[in-house]
Design a protein around this ligand. Sequence first.
Ligand code: LCS
Length: 393
Amino acid sequence: MNTSDKGFNTKLIHGGDIDDVFGSANVPIYQTSTFRFKNAQHGADCFSGKSDGYIYTRIANPTIRALEKSVADLENGFDGIATSSGMGAISSVYMALLGAGKHIISSDAVYGPARGILEQDFSRFNVEASFVNTSNPENIIKAIQPNTCVLYIETPANPTMNLTDIAACAEIAKKHNLILVVDNTFSSPYLQKPLDLGADVVLHSVTKFINGHADIVGGIIVAKDKKIYKQIRHAMVYLGCNMDPTQAYMTLRGLKTLAIRMERSQENAMKVAEFLANHPKVAWVKYPGLPSHPHHELAKKQMKGFGAVMSFGLKGGYQAGEKLMNNVHLALLAVSLGGVETLIQHPASMTHAAVSKENKLEAGITDDLVRFSVGIEDIDDIINDLKNGLDKI
Ligand code: LCS
């Protein structure tokens, strides 16, 4: 079904439909590496582009295409490119858009390896990178060089929960001829649509909210126009970080409930944030839904809701945080986020361990920062779990 004129929930349920031979209600898993050609001419036509038949799963596969088209429709983009992981999406975008002698400006607070791959790997190919606090657009303008070609932002950012004004970045990018890439993992297309705000490329770790069930790792990229889409697809296919058909099937299944999961988890998150903010042992809470968040007004402007992730610090610093993490039982002490289950972790020693101490502090990833991703369990149980953990400190 063509769902381009339908509502968000209808797109979630029917966006992945394909016209398969047996009329199955769900997209089948085409678990095949290769596809038979009708004859030699058909094979040649598939390779030359005269026919759009499938060739080989690293290049394209019907189950994966269903997910790609579905998410592209949700993000209002030209087309999508599914990848083996969120880092596969980021690497493909960097490989496609950067080159020797080029410069990229990135938010300083981004998922650790998204920064690490620029500092440790792309730097070896003479790609320059500047990491700035993109919450203040002035910092971006100051960092622009004649060779800058990409502006990469993550909003809300992992794990500081800082927001960046996407429309303001789009204006800067347009003026200075930069490609604006937005990591939309923390919001999902349900809460935020970067392409509508002027971004050129949006990407996700679908491991998080899009799949939502902590049972696969995956990524996706959606480009606004055909030229950039083709550039990134080429890089993904040549790097070989394609998604697997079963991963795509699992993601399509999780995607169907994205809106209702997000609604429930952000409703819980608001209550958790208020509970923490009023707790005597808590020093600070950063959740875009709290009026105390420095970018609360921006959150109201560019997001449809405040999401389900927050960071906080305890008055007893890291030691108190460590005690809390060891004394919660419903919240799993685990990295990742955006699933139906509540998770707690310590970014400075876990997800962002590879970022240097100096860079962590500059980006606001302090040692006391605990990250909390709120699931869809009963709110009383989540709060009681935190309450019991805090009582042990
Ligand atoms: N972008 C963001 C914002 C992320 O949080 C992550 C992973 C990625 C990209 C990379 O995606 P992946 O390759 O893992 O699918 N964030 C993680 C986290 O905070 N804990 O574990 C992984």
